[in-house]
Ligand binder design. Structure first.
Ligand code: ATP
Ligand code: MG
Length: 256
């Protein structure tokens, strides 16, 4: 196994609350790895530590062999580590297509010099971004609503657009935090199909937090169970669903 992401002995506390507790995980290159666990287990916190929105108290985060623990979220983004974000309020008044065209390129940002001295090149870059956005919007099945304001899209269509935004750059790994929540079954099917295609055809690795067990079972192998900030068990979904510790964590007397 070649790990793309390695989380090594990471700790994170908020005030006196130890939320991530000597946590170590590996996400294999080319996998769609699932992450489940009870509410408050620390899943989103772990994502924030991987993506760089939070810094660990101790431990390391490795991306493709490189220690990225000290890097900002932006620097991680430029190394191909992406997470989806809800379409921000200020982008809801832009069209779906414009939302894709807004994603900053992973290569060095546009410099003032090129704007001043090479207008032709800038126009060509804009045309390239537009072509790419049109390809992406076709890929995620939103071509028919490309000119709609993002704010007017349905919940599921917004999720497809968020996934599309990760395709405007060449992502290595995409973190998805509960993207199925509130999405209707038809669009959820599209979303799953698109994740599988990105994985198969474009080599994306995914780490997926989800409460929807059908989606996890369809999409993810392996699945990591997080409980109280550490890995409880990792394996194939069938083994996990039959694991007594996992059943206890979800349905134990305390949780009930
Ligand atoms: N910024 C913060 N400040 C203080 N406490 C926090 C902060 N972020 C998260 N927590 C706490 O850390 C714990 C883990 O939260 P986290 O959001 O990571 O859980 P989760 O596994 O994603 O849960 P859910 O399934 O409900 O999304 C919770 O007790 C939460 O209240
Ligand atoms: Mg969460």
């Amino acid at each position: 196994m070649i790990p793309l992401i390695e989380v090594q002995h990471v700790n994170k506390a908020f005030g006196g609350l130890q939320v991530i507790n000597d946590c170590s995980i590996n996400v294999e290159k080319g996998s769609i790895t699932g992450m489940i666990g009870p509410n408050g287990a620390g899943k989103s916190t772990l994502f924030n530590l991987i993506a760089g929105a939070l810094t660990p108290d101790s431990g390391r985060v490795i991306l493709d062999g490189e220690d990225i623990t000290a890097l900002s979220a932006d620097q991680r983004f430029h190394r191909g580590l992406l997470r989806t974000f809800q379409i921000a309020h200020e982008f809801s008044q832009m069209s779906a297509l414009e939302n894709l065209m807004m994603v900053p390129p992973r290569q060095a940002g546009e410099s003032l010099f090129s704007t001043w001295f090479k207008p032709g090149q800038v126009r060509e870059e804009e045309a390239q971004v537009r072509r790419r956005a049109l390809e992406v919007i076709e890929f995620v099945g939103l071509h028919h609503v490309r000119n709609e304001l993002a704010g007017n899209l349905s919940g599921g269509q917004k999720k497809l657009l968020e996934l599309g935004r990760t395709m405007m750059t060449d992502a290595k790994v995409v973190l998805l935090d509960e993207i199925a929540a509130g999405v209707n079954r038809t669009l959820l099917g599209d979303l799953i199909g698109n994740i599988e295609r990105l994985n198969r055809e474009m080599g994306y690795t995914f780490l997926v937090i989800e409460h929807d067990m059908d989606m996890i079972a369809r999409l993810c192998d392996p699945v990591i169970v997080l409980a109280q900030g550490s890995v409880m068990v990792e394996g194939h979904i069938q083994d996990i669903q039959n694991n007594p510790d996992v059943i206890e964590a979800y349905f134990g007397t305390d949780a009930a």
